[in-house]
Design a protein around this ligand. Structure first.
Ligand SMILES: N[C@@H](CCC(=O)N[C@@H](CS)C(=O)NCC(=O)O)C(=O)O
Length: 215
């Protein structure tokens, strides 16, 4: 467990090897929202997790008033609202075409990430139950989503000239693929040099460095 502040009023459950947990943690860091990180695995520490989160689905964010939030998209929505109340620019624009465009980039990043997670879960099966055709389908979808993001990346960021949640979600997904399936990432990286450079740059930034994937 890591205390990022003395008060630690928010509590984030889940390991940073989850790209969904990590994008929330990076966002909280960027917004300067202190939190306690409850670093428990949904697979290896089920007994410890059960009383906190019997759904075994992460991230889960506990608010200062005791409310619990599931589903990273909804958690990010809550964080954006909090940031706006504090006078900060939200990582997802609040309205209009900008909001839609950033959300659609996030949708691509989410497809890539969900398919990468599904590939990883396929490999948790006993070898006799592995389904090669299904894994190939997942791999094709993941690669397609990364290729579509690569096409959109013309400047330093995926949208406009500032960091948005599209970049954070994409790089959190890439971080996961790199960490758990480096072989898969090597193939994607050679086809997606701009995305690869974006990931290198953001992984070196303070917000990503603050939440190392193996913590
Ligand atoms: N759509 C969810 C996905 C979260 C998710 O799939 N988390 C994984 C870890 S990467 C998990 O909890 N896996 C355990 C399980 O599904 O049983 C979100 O964005 O919060």
């Amino acid at each position: 467990m890591t205390n990022l502040s003395e008060a630690a009023p928010h509590r984030l459950l889940g390991l940073y090897d989850s790209p969904f947990v990590r994008r929330v943690a990076v966002s909280m860091h960027l917004y300067g929202i202190p939190f306690e990180h409850v670093s428990l695995s949904v697979f290896r520490q089920m007994d410890a997790m059960r009383p906190i989160n019997p759904l075994f689905k992460v991230p889960m964010l506990t608010l200062p008033n005791g409310e619990t939030l599931y589903e990273s998209a909804y958690i990010l929505d809550y964080l954006d609202e909090l940031a706006c109340e504090r006078g900060l620019a939200a990582l997802i624009p609040r309205q209009g075409a900008e909001r839609r465009q950033v959300q659609q980039l996030m949708a691509l990043a989410t497809v890539a990430t969900e398919k990468a997670v599904a590939i990883e879960y396929e490999h948790k099966r006993p070898s006799e139950l592995l389904w090669a055709e299904w894994t190939d389908r997942l791999r094709g979808q993941m690669r397609q989503a990364f290729a579509m993001l690569e096409e959109k990346l013309v400047g330093d960021f995926l949208f406009g000239n500032r960091l948005t949640q599209a970049d954070i979600t994409t790089v959190s997904g890439i971080g996961f693929v790199r960490y758990v399936r480096p072989d898969e990432w090597a193939e994607v990286a050679s086809a997606c040099p701009a995305l690869s450079a974006l990931a290198d740059r953001l992984e070196a930034s303070a917000a990503f460095q603050a939440v190392p994937i193996d913590q």
